[in-house]
Write a protein that binds this ligand. Structure first.
Ligand SMILES: [Zn+2]
Length: 170
């Protein structure tokens, strides 16, 4: 499985989802069956700060609440986990959220974007441009249906569209 890369139409934001992240997401989505689920994305920004490199997608915290068409991510254990990542040799940190919607064609809900807006302004996340990744049950380019958005504080969310980078073109 190759990495998934996405970029906004204006080229301002880009994301790279590495293969182990896609495998972890696939497993977590299968475990959720017909319910929504989600967790946080941990990674780092590239040296020139133009690409968010996602290294991990975490399982839903134990205090998360979920139903067929809704999900409220809990916070249990996240503070300690993020502290450990920050102090590790390869420093990584919170870069956004992932959701599983148990439908083929994924659409972010108004609640999804509202939650992202809150996070973009929240001191405890220290992330002004959080990502929102929504994974579905459909098939798309040999993987699951997937949409990615960047939700910068103070402006409308922008979709990250699949992008074949220079590294793939070689
Ligand atoms: Zn959602």
């Amino acid at each position: 499985m190759k990495d998934w890369r996405g970029k906004t139409a204006d080229g301002t934001f880009a994301v790279q989802l590495q293969a182990p992240v896609l495998r972890a997401l696939d497993r977590l989505c299968r475990e959720a069956r017909a319910s929504e689920t989600g967790g946080i994305l941990i990674g780092r920004y590239s040296d020139e700060l133009s690409v968010a490199i996602v290294r991990e997608a975490t399982p839903p915290p134990s205090d998360s609440l979920r139903g067929r068409a809704w999900f409220v991510r809990g916070v249990s254990g996240l503070g300690d986990m993020l502290g450990n990542k920050w102090r590790a040799k390869e420093r990584t940190y919170y870069v956004g959220e992932w959701h599983f919607h148990p439908v083929a064609h994924v659409e972010p809900s108004g609640d999804d974007f509202e939650q992202m807006l809150k996070i973009s302004h929240a001191k405890e996340y220290d992330c002004k441009e959080p990502l929102l990744l929504i994974v579905g049950t459909g098939k798309q380019d040999g993987w699951r249906s997937l949409r990615a958005f960047v939700c910068p504080a103070g402006c409308a969310p922008l979709e990250l569209l699949p992008w074949v980078g220079a590294a793939d073109a070689k």
